[in-house]
Write a protein that binds this ligand. Structure first.
Ligand code: TXA
Ligand code: MG
Length: 310
């Protein structure tokens, strides 16, 4: 991808002033602000209408920058080496002398961190003297944004600048793993658990449905397109949108497919944009055909289940 330096400069200028800017990552767009600045973080919560108890992920350029803020451990080094930059978020212990704004962590002693892969945002991060707090660039509890039009749809002109980076490559948020003690998955995401297992060579606990909210991505209603969704549908009414993993030979007007051939990676990439499209086409409900529960299919199902708690 060609890097437009003037755009990066514009984003940097606003961020340096304490403003928020939407930035592309390989997963979804983030609504970014200086993670060391209380006022910048405050703006993020306000814009997203996000409850203050829901902490933010902080984005770093590399490990050197992170060392100032978090305690690192062996499991972290192993996963960092293999997957970063990439779609994985680590929950670590915050260092006592870290400059991270207390708003980011809701005053807690842990921090979620990640190293995004999109070349524009990497370039931007390299130029900054602070890391970026950036939740997904959507209104709280709604579907994440995978392109700049999605962001405009949610926020209108309220966000001063969007660093244009095209449609995101993965289309679904990062996998979150708590590495403070025994590795524990807090959110399924763009990196399959089997790949993480292979590197850590040990059992990984799953904590994606806990009632005690560690990661409010675990909240009951999340990723919602704003209309009811029913899962594992075999039949569909004409008034409903029918969401299919794979294109059918006979497609009807109300049929929407996530991939031509049933490929789960492509389906994940198209999930949020298709949900938005259905809503824009004024359907009042969605019937979803079964998606196989393996690999990224697990992440797709996780999001659909949460979105169906409407
Ligand atoms: O792919 C992604 O992760 C995207 C891009 C923009 O990086 N970001 C994203 O952020 O999905 P957000 O805020 O929409 O989701 C982050 C999740 C939230 O559910 C939050 O509760 C959880 O991470 N989280 C943040 N800090 C945490 C912490 N210290 N411990 C546990 N969970 C945390
Ligand atoms: Mg989000």
């Amino acid at each position: 991808m060609k890097i437009n330096l003037a755009n990066i400069k514009k984003a940097k200028k606003l961020l340096d002033k304490g403003d928020c800017v939407a930035v592309p990552t390989e997963t979804v767009y983030g609504l970014a602000g200086n993670a060391y600045s209380d006022s910048a973080c405050n703006k993020i919560f306000r814009l997203k209408k996000r409850p203050k108890y829901n902490p933010l992920i902080v984005h770093y350029y590399n490990i050197e920058n992170l060392k100032k803020d978090c305690e690192l451990n062996d499991n972290f080094f192993k996963l960092y080496k293999e997957f970063c930059p990439g779609p994985i978020t680590f929950v670590l212990n915050l260092k006592r002398n870290s400059n991270i704004s207390k708003l980011v962590t809701n005053n807690k002693k842990t921090l979620a961190v990640r190293f995004p892969k999109h070349p524009l945002t990497r370039y931007l991060l390299k130029k900054l003297y602070y890391p970026l707090a950036a939740p997904s660039a959507n209104l709280s509890s709604k579907v994440s944004a995978v392109c700049s039009t999605d962001i405009k749809e949610d926020f209108g002109k309220k966000i001063k600048y969007i660093l244009e980076g095209g449609k995101t490559q993965i289309g679904i948020e990062s996998t979150i793993i708590d590495l403070r003690q025994k590795p524990k998955i807090l959110r399924l995401g763009g990196l399959e658990i089997s790949k993480i297992k292979k590197i850590l060579k040990k059992k990984i606990q799953m904590n994606i449905n806990s009632n005690k909210i560690k990661s409010p991505g675990q909240l009951r209603l999340h990723y919602s397109p704003g209309i009811p969704i029913r899962l594992n549908a075999k039949n569909v009414k004409d008034t409903e949108a029918f969401l299919l993993l794979k294109k059918k030979k006979k497609m009807k007007k109300n049929f929407f497919y996530l991939s031509v051939d049933g490929n789960l990676k492509k389906a994940a990439k198209n999930l949020y944009s298709t949900l938005r499209k259905i809503k824009k086409n004024n359907y009042k409900s969605i019937a979803v055909a079964k998606v196989p529960n393996l690999g990224l299919g697990k992440t797709i199902n996780d999001r659909l289940i949460r979105a169906s708690k409407f």
